[in-house]
Design a protein around this ligand. Sequence first.
Ligand SMILES: C[S@@+](CC[C@H](N)C(=O)[O-])C[C@H]1O[C@@H](n2cnc3c(N)ncnc32)[C@H](O)[C@@H]1O
Length: 270
Amino acid sequence: MQALSDDTFRRVSEIMYEAIGLSFSQSKKPLISSRLASRIHKIGLPSFEAYVDLLEDHNQAAEFQMAVDLLTTNETYFFREPKHYELLEQDLLRRKDRGPLAVWSAASSFGDEAYSTAMLLSDMQRKGQLGPDWSILGTDISHRVLLSAAEGIYPQDRLRHVPQEQMHRYCLQGEGPATGQVMMQESLRAHVRFGQLNLTKSFEGLGPFDVIFLRNVLIYFDTPTKIAVVDRVLATLRPGGLFFMGTAEGRVPCKTRLEALIPGAYRKAA
Ligand SMILES: C[S@@+](CC[C@H](N)C(=O)[O-])C[C@H]1O[C@@H](n2cnc3c(N)ncnc32)[C@H](O)[C@@H]1O
């Protein structure tokens, strides 16, 4: 197969930017080329150009989803950035109100962040520190990760930071062919739901939320897209609510007023 030409690379970049805000610099071309080449080979197409034609065909939504999965990373694990969960717990302990609590894990990937939060909130409910009316919404662009998140089944390794006590309380250990896998208990799953959402398009009607995780997804976007996404997401956060980003992502120059708490954690101005 011929190499990925600059023109075709530009077409892929434009399609992905328009659809989901992915922004690829020229330096990403070898990576994009190798990721798409194996897919093209697998489905028996003759060229990158033929594959891009497929991506432009609106009847090929499944292949488009496949390309999204190839060009993004879904890396995640339970209790990633543990200080964020500690801060959330401390903040909830200070709340006088034990009323409903709504959390959004935006770009949830396989749901590790949503279920980690569910473990924390469920523990707090057991200790009488939180009322029973709490819910977590996990959203992502990838249909594949959402299906898996809704199943709530994980390789044991992704729960390496989950304390033993919570493992026993909230996880069913797989046996036989499922050895090495764990499944989230129904008591947690009842509070967590997942749905598809593209952060770069409007999502009116969502929220309001008390806590939002928007971690490790902004890396894909250029600065104007980052600002637009962060402001749109923050519009769904209640004043005084907590907002978490990946600690390596830096501060986004959004228009919404935020108070910096610890790296990657902010409070929306009241
Ligand atoms: C690295 S994962 C982050 C998972 C989790 N938040 C964490 O920090 O562990 C990034 C996720 O962003 C999703 N994503 C990329 N572009 C998106 C978009 N435009 N809208 C919604 N999700 C998107 C990807 O599908 C991927 O699952």
